[in-house]
Design a binder for this molecule. Structure first.
Ligand code: SIN
Ligand code: MN
Length: 303
């Protein structure tokens, strides 16, 4: 599944590609139906919102849930990124973000690569996010916001925000965000007929099953969800194998330590039976919680 030359050019220019309705309602339902049981588990891999029981992020479900293990090997998610990098990929991070009705909290402006570089010593930005919506995403339930073209700035200054939400993040300060937005087209404009034409902030919205692929240096954020509708989305963070992380400072359920290339399943895998390995099916190994601030060399990398 190769991208067209136009899609390559669009990705270079904007830093993201949007694929509305990439997965059918039937395929999406297989995933959505599995979420409540995963979110109900009292495990370290379920990070809850500050002061609330609502799950903000569930990590690593591809290692203990069959539908998500299949999604993690789905050619519609993996192959476009392989095409862009010209290299095989491993799973650096896998998360199911809740952004639950009324309770889903903000994600401050950030670049994902800022965190992967600072915390995990990922050598370069050759890693990418691919998101799939498990709920319809509209203007009310906290859609992702991007500053188009901001990936071309490379890595920008960030501060470690340990307090705003329940999850630590390297975030970008507001003066810099204002300058980036201005440069990307400012506040946009309204046509005489009332139609809004976006400028320096865009937010792809669409039905459940839609997919977004975005560069690890693209600056993004999302507001809280005050609507009565959940906005559950899955994020695969795919890293070129040669660009694997060099430090295990964060637990393994957040930053993975197995760098084997992903082998895709057939395109119909969500609707048919295919065997998948579920190494954490009976629980997360204790070693997944062991962390170290030392840099690793190639001999030490996990098998
Ligand atoms: C993220 O930036 O990693 C998540 C943002 C969101 O789910 O809104
Ligand atoms: Mn992010």
């Amino acid at each position: 599944m190769r991208l067209t030359p136009e899609q390559h050019a669009q990705f270079e220019r904007d830093g993201y590609l949007f694929f509305p309705g990439r997965f059918s309602p039937e395929e999406t339902r297989v995933l959505t139906d599995a979420v409540p049981a995963l979110y109900a588990r009292r495990e370290a891999y379920n990070v809850r919102e500050k002061g609330s029981d609502a799950v903000r992020t569930n990590f690593a479900a591809h290692l203990y849930s069959e539908p998500f293990a299949k999604l993690a090997r789905h050619p519609r998610m993996i192959e476009p990124v392989e095409d862009l990098f010209g290299e095989r990929l491993y799973m650096h991070q896998f998360k199911i973000n809740g952004k639950m009705a009324f309770e889903g909290d903000v994600w401050q402006w950030h670049q994902d690569y800022g965190t992967w570089k600072n915390d995990d010593l990922m050598p370069t930005e050759r890693a990418m996010n691919v998101a799939i919506f498990l709920d319809d995403v509209n203007e009310f339930n906290g859609p992702l916001m991007f500053i188009p073209g901001s990936h071309r700035r490379g890595v920008i200054d960030a501060q470690h925000d340990l307090t705003t939400t329940s999850y630590p993040l390297w975030t970008v300060d507001h003066a810099l965000i204002a300058a980036l937005v201005e440069r990307a087209g400012g506040r946009g404009r309204f046509e005489p007929d009332g139609r809004y034409v976006p400028g320096g902030i865009v937010s792809p919205k669409g039905p459940a099953g839609s997919m977004i692929l975005f560069h690890s240096c693209l600056v993004h954020a999302s507001t809280s969800n005050l609507s009565p509708w959940n906005r559950v989305s899955v994020y695969l963070s795919l890293c070129a194998v040669s660009n694997h992380i060099r430090r295990f400072k964060r637990p393994e359920f957040i930053a993975h330590r197995v760098f084997d290339p992903i082998t895709c399943l057939p395109d119909d895998c969500l609707l048919k039976d295919y065997p998948v390995d579920l190494p954490w099916k009976d629980g997360m190994p204790g070693s997944a919680l062991v962390t170290s601030s030392a840099a690793i060399d190639d001999e030490q990398k996990a098998a």
